[in-house]
Ligand binder design. Structure first.
Ligand code: BGC
Length: 247
């Protein structure tokens, strides 16, 4: 049975698990440790070490995939919305490889989640354009065309009143402003209608922490495109990172 390890670094939590690559499911518990305040490189690296230790895989030679909440191009992180600004233009993949003493595969978090859903979840066998969005601390996005990832789309940074729309529409905005599901859904409606008009997708998949409660908000959205919750919910990033690491 083929296995790999996935680590999903988020703005709020760093999560990891051992992934069964045949089924795209977790073969272990899902370990989660809060992201250190400020999310600076050295602190994030230490927390990644810690999750791997808790998971019992610190010395494992299984393929390791790491998903990260920023634009990732040739191993470098090029943006920093909910993490320390030091990550901008940083050789992050090499930093983690040196710090962990092993090879890793390094990818944007929403792209990892999209790959998991395309290979093993809600977008399996989906034709045309699937737009995966993760609603968490920020909003992440992944475009998959006939299952093929088009990396580094950043729909959370579409502008709304001069700011990145994720500030207004991510799940963290609902928590911060104590919005009702109805009020939050009205904001999501603005976001998804705009994306629908711009890209004419064939399917929307919604992941992130809030995908545990799809019945609370998906029925409130009026779109022409089918919109479904991620099958792997909050584990999509872990599963996709592991899956990409084994390619
Ligand atoms: C980042 C994205 C990331 C998303 C979800 C955004 O602020 O710019 O790269 O995918 O948050 O973590």
């Amino acid at each position: 049975m083929a296995q790999a390890i996935g680590v999903d670094i988020g703005g709020t939590g760093i999560k990891a698990g051992i992934v069964n690559l045949d089924h795209g499911t977790l073969d272990s518990e899902r370990v989660r440790i809060p992201t250190p305040l400020g999310a600076r490189p050295a602190d994030v690296l230490n927390t990644v070490r810690e999750v791997l230790e808790v998971l019992g895989v610190a010395e494992s030679r299984l393929p390791l995939g790491v998903a990260f909440p920023a634009i990732v191009k040739r191993g470098r992180t090029l943006s920093a919305a909910n993490i320390a600004k030091e990550w901008i233009g940083f050789e992050a993949e090499k930093f983690f490889e040196d710090g962990l003493g092993r090879h890793i595969s390094f990818v944007n978090d929403a792209d990892a989640a999209g790959v998991a859903e395309a290979r093993h979840g809600a977008a399996r066998d989906a034709r045309g354009l699937t737009v995966m969005t993760t609603l968490g601390t920020g909003i992440g996005s992944a475009f998959l065309y006939d299952g093929m990832l088009i990396p580094n789309t950043e729909l959370g940074h579409l502008k709304h009143e001069g700011e990145s729309i994720e500030r207004w529409t991510a799940y963290s905005a609902m928590e911060r402003e104590q919005l009702s599901w109805e009020d939050w859904s009205a904001r999501l409606q603005v976001f998804y209608s705009h994306v629908e008009f711009l890209f004419s997708p064939d399917l929307f998949v919604v992941g992130g922490g809030v995908s545990k409660h799809p019945e609370k908000f998906l029925p409130l959205l009026e779109l022409n495109t089918p919109i479904v919750a991620a099958v792997h919910r909050n584990s999509s990033g872990i599963i996709g990172a592991a899956s990409l690491a084994s390619d």
